[in-house]
Ligand binder design. Sequence first.
Ligand code: F0G
Length: 461
Amino acid sequence: MGTTIKHSWAEPFKIKMVEPVFITTEEHRRKALKEAGFNTFLLHSDDVYIDLLTDSGTSAMSDRQWAGIMLGDEAYAGSKNFYHLEEAIQTYYGYKHVVPTHQGRGAEHILSQIMIKQGDIIPGNMYFTTTKLHQELAGGTFVDIIIDEAHDPGSSHPFKGNVNLQKLEDLIKKHGAAKIPYVSIATTVNMAGGQPISMENLKALRALTQTYGIKIIHDMTRVAENAFMIQQKEEGYQHKTVAEITKELCQLTDGATMSAKKDAMVNIGGFLAINDPDIYDEARNMVVIYEGLHTYGGMAGRDMEALAIGIKESVQDDHIRARVGQVHYLGNKLLEAGIPIVNPVGTHGIFIDAKQFLPHIPQDQFPAQALAGALYLDSGVRAMERGVVSAGRNKTTGQHNYPKLELVRLTIPRRVYTQAHMDVVAESVACIYSKRNQIKGLTMTYEPKYLRFFQARFKEV
Ligand code: F0G
């Protein structure tokens, strides 16, 4: 249902149940941060006041979704909730076949194992941590073909998720189309700051890949948010609904992996959706080994029901306007305070430019990691590093990958926090900005082999 609001927008819901959160003392937080090895992933959530670690699985479900939980059909095979989920995916996204998984990376694993051969190249609009790792574990090499502006936090390009088609053509010429099983396209691009791809660019990519017989696989984790940005910014889309634009995006691709813990507002869940019947057949077989039977894939029946309802809610214009509106509210507050953040503000969080915030800390002393720690210490707000720690090491040289973007992500869960919470966050960031010279760099004292950002430990230099 669309509305025309003359003045400010507000959330299209009211609050029916609350979950208390607690404010801790600075002394308590200092101890907690040390025990967590300066890694916000290792903090206990009880020690956190406002949790902006991630928007993944942290959103508030609606009363409709909770009602759906009570309709769980926990049959091992053929649960009716699976058929509801399948129908929702076909209706709102338009993909033909569905394989449920426990979350996004479960779908990435199955898809990568099926589609990637040793030595293959997988171009994409910037990497995502789990997606790239699954591509590598399947024998492939990810190559970034996003436009250069995406790596520049100062560039105000409206569609930083766009692909540079020339970079793709060069890759095809160099390696041959047969070495490229698919192009990996995310809506929106998480690591670039939640930046959207334009419909025009995706259409052009579709035309180019079709001439070479290359598929497009869609990481559709935040597709409704991308659709909203197209509605707001791209010519010719102002009068289309977010639901219509979402489906149009999906129809330009051959299949998708989905972390339903984001857009679709469930606490756990995901799926692989694919149009090709042969890939579907293989995926349906493989899911049995790693996730569960093809009619539940690691999810309980009740979770599939909540997801089917969440998909429908996620593409409503009123919902998405308030969701992205809240992110932009915080973004504007930080800009007013003169904080260096990634421009333009994306859809799922604010990304602070740690290189600019802490110019005295060299990148090999993990400025974004240090900044996330300083923010927690100041106010109990938990954020996440998205820089050199997340980028991991080069597969062949073993050296740190040094990404141009060294960021701290303030990720906003959907329908969870109020405008007053956003004010507190903005004040805290401004406070540490005023004493940024006192923040120290870090050294890594423990480094896990895979996806090190989740469990690495640090100490102050
Ligand atoms: N793709 C994107 C773009 C993601 O943001 C995520 C998860 C995944 C895939 C993997 O999905 O977690 O369900 O297995 N992102 C979370 C985050 C972890 O905090 O950004 P998953």
